[in-house]
Design a protein around this ligand. Structure first.
Ligand SMILES: Nc1ncnc2c1ncn2[C@@H]1O[C@H](COP(=O)(O)OP(=O)(O)O)[C@@H](O)[C@H]1O
Length: 181
């Protein structure tokens, strides 16, 4: 729906997502901006994040995953995966560039792992972030070869998906999700 305070879709679609589509969904993967729009609540700390995931569960969604939030620091973002019974957070090291398509990739990876692990949200979150880290960091490293300093133009941040097929199939990372509920 949007990111960084801006909607990609027409604003009058928001009530349709919020009131008609969300109650039909089993799994949703909004980023912080989208989760705030869908609930009308703000997320400035972890407690508020839990209020937001709870509000989305109340609408009938079994698995709510916040793909990224600004709850980390300058070097990390926080992801959250929640069911009505348990909730995990994960710290995601940031690269200094804007990525397009990462939200879509996150949703695809999480859905695949959720199915493959028979609804293990902790492992699904860890594997999803492991693959994304490999792809985002590889994309960034290659873009930095041609733009050695300053901002990287979005065209150079086209995700290196095919080149990292192995990281999609076999994600490896030491980043663990931490239980917060
Ligand atoms: N700047 C970044 N540095 C590192 N990882 C990133 C960055 N941007 C996105 N990602 C990865 O992509 C995932 C989804 O990104 P997010 O920003 O939530 O999606 P969207 O594109 O929908 O806003 C994050 O969980 C993270 O793993």
């Amino acid at each position: 729906m949007g990111d960084n305070g801006k909607m990609y879709v027409p604003e009058d679609i928001l009530p349709v997502y919020r009131d008609n589509v969300i109650p039909l969904a089993d799994i949703i993967t909004p980023n912080q901006f989208e989760a705030e729009l869908l609930t009308g609540l703000k997320m400035t700390n972890l407690k508020e994040a839990l209020n937001i995931t709870e509000a989305l569960h109340q609408k009938g969604v079994k698995t709510v995953v916040i793909s990224s939030s600004e709850l980390g620091d300058d070097t990390t973002m926080i992801g959250i995966a929640s069911t009505p019974n348990e909730c995990y957070k994960i710290e995601i090291p940031k690269v200094d560039a804007c990525c397009t398509g990462t939200g879509d990739l996150f949703a695809a990876l999480f859905l695949a792992w959720h199915y493959k692990t028979k609804n293990d949200v902790k492992l699904s979150l860890e594997n999803t972030i492991a693959t994304l880290q490999t792809i985002v960091q590889d994309t960034y490293r290659k873009a930095r070869v041609s733009v050695t300093s300053g901002e990287i133009p979005p065209a150079l941040m086209e995700l290196q998906l095919i080149q990292n097929k192995a990281a999609v199939e076999n994600p490896t990372s030491n980043i663990k999700a931490i239980k917060i509920k």
